[in-house]
Structure formats: C-alpha cells, structure tokens
Design a protein around this ligand. Structure first.
Ligand code: GRG
Length: 308
C-alpha cells in the first residue's frame, strides 16, 4: 500500500565546515576577550594597549577552538566554555610575547606584525606578558565551576600547564638546548612541555566546562597530548618549508639558532610520518565520544595539514 508520500533517500550527512567553525569561534572569543580585559583607555593605558595589541594581532585561535570543540564533544556549550577559552588564549599570548623578547628568541615579527617589544619597548612587553598571565587566572576565577570540577581544579589545571614543570620547563630546556645536538628524547621533552601541555589543558578545560565524565577527560587528555606533539612537529616542519610572509613570523629561525627540531633529527619525511602517527593516536582517543567529536576530529586533521 502506498502512503502517497514519495520515498526520499536519506540526506547525506553535511560535511563539517571547519573554516566557518573557526571563524565563528574567533569572532565570539574576540568579543569575550574584549569584555574581560580592561579597555585600551583604562589607566595606565599603555599596558592595556600593549596587552590588546598582541591579543588581537590575528592569532589562529586554535586553543580556544579546541576548548569549544571539546566542550561540544562532551555535550557542553560555547557559552559555558568561553571563560576558559579566553584564559588559555591569554596564557598563550603571554608566552609568545615573552618568547619574542631579545633575552629569549629575539623576534621582530609575530602574527604578521612587529612584536610587542618592538612597538612598546622591552619593559612594557615584559609587563604585558605578566599582565596577560595574571588576567588568565582572573578570568578562570570568574568562571562558574561545574559539579565535578571546582575552581580549585580549574586553577590547578592552568597553573600546572603554564608552570615550571610544563610550559616554562619547555622554554628553559629549549633555551639551554640551543646549539646542542639533543637526543630525540630531550626534544620530545621540550615539545611536550612547550606546546602539548597547553593544548592538552585546552581540551581538558573544554571537557571540564561540560562537567565531563572521568573517562571523557582521559580521552581528551590522550587526544590533547598527541595533537599537541603533532602540532609542534608540524611547526618545526613549517619553519623549514615556509616563508616568513606565509607564517607571519621569521621563518628559518630554528636552523639559524641551531635548535634541535624534528626535521633536523629525523628528516622531513620521517617527521611528517611521526606527526601523522600521533594524529592517528589522537583520533583513536576520541572513541569514547562515539561520533560526537566531529569538531575535534576536524581540528586534528587541520592541524596536521596546515601550511601556516
Ligand atoms: C616564554 C613562558 C614562555 C614560554 C614560551 C610558547 C613558547 C614557550 C614559545 C613560542 C614559540 C613556540 C614555537 C612555541 C610552541 C608553541 C607554538 C607552536 C606556538 C605558536 O602557536 P600558534 O601557531 O600561534 O597557534 P598563533 O599566533 O596562531 O596563536
């Protein structure tokens, strides 16, 4: 018997539009950051201008996007995750401002613009980094706190990722390793801390903002660790293969500073394979989400294939 309704083929699932996703994320994160930070005219205006200069210089906002995507995978919302996304971007931007200082990597360009100290001078650049670091914790303190995850958990998470055992440990080992032929294990130690730690914190923050289960948090940790390491290997590769114009920062710096990198230790092809292997492990870690981690998958794929 016919119902009279023409049979239709089920609609093919629409492909995930990562560009649109990241674009929307950038817009919403920019708006929220604009609200969290003192305005550019708040006294002392110079420091607030310097903080905003680097924060709004056109970063890719990959860490906030990872926070949002992880929150979604756990059934959460962008609104709940937003303070944590802003906090990680403040930490990330602080680390870049300090990394560019003459006492560290001495870079003139970042995000396609003169570095913070080139515009505001070294003293203000140091303080702008310090202020962004502090701002991140102020933002976390203003977040809500979610059932399984208290403010104490959130503060500990961020402090550990950015402290002397992780982000700063990576930077110290990086500085001390300049000009030395490091073994791969030491390079991995640096990359895990300098890069993976904050990416891992980003996805864990997303999960926490959605009150995720312990199993989901374990999946996000494994995902963040592997994607973070792959991200840094790709960064090493791009430093060799891309122009300064494309990267928006000085290309070839690692070679010039005689830094150990994946390409310098393994060669380009093996480095690409290693990044792909780690991304594969990251995908496997998403099994616990049973197909609900579309944005995380798309981000991991993009981070492996990116050209800037
Ligand atoms: C100074 C405490 C301190 C730490 C510095 C972050 C860092 C450690 C150094 C910066 C240089 C570097 C290679 C860092 C590794 C992480 C990384 C690849 C940062 C660049 O991240 P992107 O590409 O930058 O997401 P945008 O500008 O797009 O936000």
């Amino acid at each position: 018997m016919s119902s009279g309704i023409k049979s239709r083929r089920p609609a093919a699932p629409s492909p995930f539009d990562l560009n649109a996703y990241v674009h929307r994320c950038c817009k919403e994160v920019d708006r929220a950051l604009g609200r969290f930070l003192p305005s550019a005219s708040t006294k002392p205006a110079t420091i607030h201008q310097a903080m905003r200069y680097s924060l709004f210089a056109g970063g890719k906002r990959m860490r906030p996007a990872l926070v949002m995507a992880a929150a979604e995978a756990c059934g959460g919302s962008w609104q709940e995750a937003m303070p944590l996304a802003c906090a990680v971007e403040c930490i990330h931007t602080y680390s870049l401002i300090h990394d560019d200082l003459p006492a560290m990597d001495n870079d003139d360009f970042r995000r396609g613009k003169p570095t913070n100290h080139k515009v505001y001078g070294e003293g203000v650049a140091v303080l702008a980094g310090d202020a962004l670091l502090t701002q991140a914790f102020e933002i976390v303190a203003q977040a809500r706190g979610w059932g399984r995850y208290s403010h104490q958990d959130l503060v500990l998470e961020l402090a550990r990722a950015s402290g002397s055992l992780q982000l700063i440990a990576g930077q110290v080992a990086d500085l001390e390793g300049e000009g030395k032929r490091l073994p791969l294990s030491e390079l991995r130690y640096i990359h895990e801390r300098k890069t993976s730690a904050l990416l891992c914190c980003s996805v864990r923050f997303g999960g926490m903002s959605a009150n995720c289960t312990p199993a989901q948090l374990r999946g996000l940790t494994e995902f963040g660790y592997n994607v973070g390491l792959a991200f840094q290997i790709i960064d090493d590769i791009l430093d060799v293969t891309q122009s300064s114009e494309t990267l928006g920062k000085t290309a070839g710096k690692d070679t010039a500073a005689q830094k150990a990198t994946y390409p310098s230790l393994l060669g380009l092809d093996a480095s690409k394979l290693e990044a792909a292997r780690l991304t594969d492990r990251a995908f496997k870690a998403l099994k616990v989400f049973r197909g609900r981690a579309t944005a995380l998958e798309a981000l991991a794929r993009y981070l492996l294939q990116r050209d800037r």
